[in-house]
Each structure stands twice: as C-alpha cells, then as structure tokens.
Unconditional design. Sequence first.
Length: 300
Amino acid sequence: MQATRRRNHGSERRARRAAAVWILLSMSVATMACQASSARGSRGTEEGTGLRLVHVANAGVLVTTASSSILFDALFHEPNPHYAAPTQETLRAMVAGAAPFDGIDLVLVTHMHPDHFDAGDVDRFMVKNPQAALVAPADAVEDLQASAPGWSSYEDRVISLDLRPGEKATRTVGDIRVTAVRTLHSGALQTPMNLMYLVEMDGEVVFHEGDSNASLRPFETIVEDRPPIDLALVHYWFPFARAGRSALEILQPGFIGLVHYPIQDPDISVAALRALRAPYVLLEEAGEAHSVPAREKEGG
C-alpha cells in the first residue's frame, strides 16, 4: 500500500509540474501582486465573525466558531516527504485536547493518504476525546476498524460515507451540518476515495477540497441549495490554474486559505503566493492563525 501511495503522489507531482508550465506561459504572476491579506504568525484580521482557523500542517486545519470546533485532515505524522506533518508536540496537544484543540466536536477526513490521515493517530484522538465525532470515507473507516485497538470505544461516533464519484450525502452531527461530495483524487485516481466537505456551523460555512482533481461538476454539486461559503480551504495552486480559478468562481468564498504547499520541489514560489491579494492567504506556517473577515449575509 505504501508503494502505491508513493506512486500516486509521484503522479500528483508530475501533474502539478506540467500544470505549472502552462501557468507560467498563460498568465503573469505579477498581475496578482499586492499586499497579503493577513499578517503571518499569530492572528489575521482582527475584526471578524468569530470564525477562526489555525493551520496544523499540509492540508490539516482547525476551524472554530463561538461554539463549534472542527479538525480537517490534521491527524497524521508520516506523510509523503514532500509535505509537512504535525510535530509530535502538536499531535500530543490534539490528542490531549490542549488549547487550541480543546473541545473538538468533529474530525473530518477527506481521504486516507498518509499526509491527511493516520489510523493510529485518529484512534488515539477518538479514545481520548469522547465528545468528538468522526466523518470519513468508507475506505479510511475500514482501515481504522481493522487496525485501531480502541475502535469499539468510539465506533458509534463514526460516520462512514461510501459514495460513488459525483454523489452527495448530508449528515448532521449535533448542531453541525456536513455535506460531502466524492470526487476523483488528483491525477484522476479512483482510489483512495476523496471527499470534499461543506460544513455549516453557527451560521458560518466552511469548505475543504481534500485532494480533488479539480473537475468542476462536483463543485457545482456541493454548493447546490447551500448558503454562501465564508471560508474555502483549497490547494495552493488554485489561483494560478484555469481549473482552480473556475472552481473558485463556483464556490465564491469570502475568504480563501491555500493549503498543501510542498516543502520539497515547489512549482510556485512562496513569494508569488504571499503576494496574492485578498481574499487569499497562504497557510504556510504551523500554528499560524487567522480570523475570517465577516461577509454580508443575505438579508443582512
């Protein structure tokens, strides 16, 4: 399985590099240069909605509102070497429920690649955090059930989603509404199952793309009959590629966190990403936090 994952990520890197050539030929990064939307480090915009995010590593993000707290793709420790992983200190803090990871209501897993998900780390977290629920693709849940020693203590808090590509499902966890759409994985891979999520909590709407192949129809499907998106978490290359920009036009988010930036062989420079105008922010450093600016609500 590890060899398959390495081959999948190798294909992913080759696809990104090919896309980068097209990007550099078709558009000028300089046209997008201006002040970054948020300062690096502790806090972003000071006036916000109460919706905040903390970057954990890679595509792993903690998102909080006044009364809800969600972890996306944050429980792992041995990714492909091209991507960052949470430190052992951060993993211990998540499992222990230490601030800012106290009171996590929901863990969302987009797919079971090791730079997004580790069964052992998820198992330890779920055992130690009895208030938390887990939503994940069926293949990731099967891996967890087969290998996790603590499975029986939290299996009733696990929602397994077995969807065909393009299918949508909605589940409610407490006061949190989760909509998932299955996509092909980047590189047009059928496996592992990749789920995009749209989460509604405390009147705020958050989207996470996982590792989609940027086909536009799933983006159209997930926003059908849903309120405007306050925060979208997507791959760092979305603003630079035609497919990514088209997907963002469908989502129309108020704030965009760019994730999954490689620590080896980057195909777009950090300087170019930092120079993007609002509403973009590159989630680059572990622990950096941002308040999501308020957007005008319909009828408000």
